[in-house]
Design a protein around this ligand. Structure first.
Ligand code: FMN
Length: 146
């Protein structure tokens, strides 16, 4: 079983969330690659059984530019067997809170075995830790047996 967290972050909120989720996946005995988007190649997608995507939101609840190739790769590659989750940080000051999470969610629902989503306000706080545990529980529970 191969698992990965693929994420982007500019000011550190989403990378902190990715680190928390990574630690919790490892605690569950799931060896998980933690990959910043600039180190990820789209042709690696099919290798994984489980992928968590982490993104902040930009513009009017839009995808960050650097996540567009990943988004398109999920649409093009044969990834029906991949169990996915999407998490993100955003700022509820903006009208479309964590809009990029919703965009990934809708696409992953169509092209993969989408299990779970998670939205966090800016930097993760103590009361987000339980939500991270639930995210990992749902993600692993929905794995498709090989
Ligand atoms: C110009 C700009 C536009 C943003 N637009 C949105 C938005 O539409 N929705 C949202 O939830 N957050 C928005 N944010 C907030 C960021 O998504 C939020 O600060 C996020 O936690 C940054 O993640 P990072 O620290 O991983 O880079 C915006 C931030 C900036 C600077």
């Amino acid at each position: 079983m191969k698992a990965a967290i693929i994420y982007t972050s500019v000011t550190g909120n989403t990378s902190t969330l990715a680190d928390i989720i990574h630690e919790r996946m490892e605690k569950r005995g799931i060896d998980t690659d933690l990959i910043p988007i600039d180190e990820f190649h789209a042709n690696q997608l099919k290798e994984y059984d489980l992928i968590a995507v982490g993104t902040y939101s930009w513009d009017n609840g839009d995808l960050p530019l650097e996540m567009e190739d990943l988004y398109e790769a999920f649409e093009i590659e044969d990834v029906k067997h991949v169990t996915t989750g999407v998490f993100g940080t955003g700022d509820s000051f903006y009208p479309y809170f964590c809009g990029a999470v919703d965009l990934f969610r809708d696409m992953l629902y169509v092209h993969t075995n989408l299990a779970v989503t998670l939205k966090v306000e800016l930097m993760p706080q103590d009361d987000d830790l339980d939500r991270c545990d639930k995210f990992c529980d749902r993600l692993t529970r929905e794995l498709i047996p090989a």
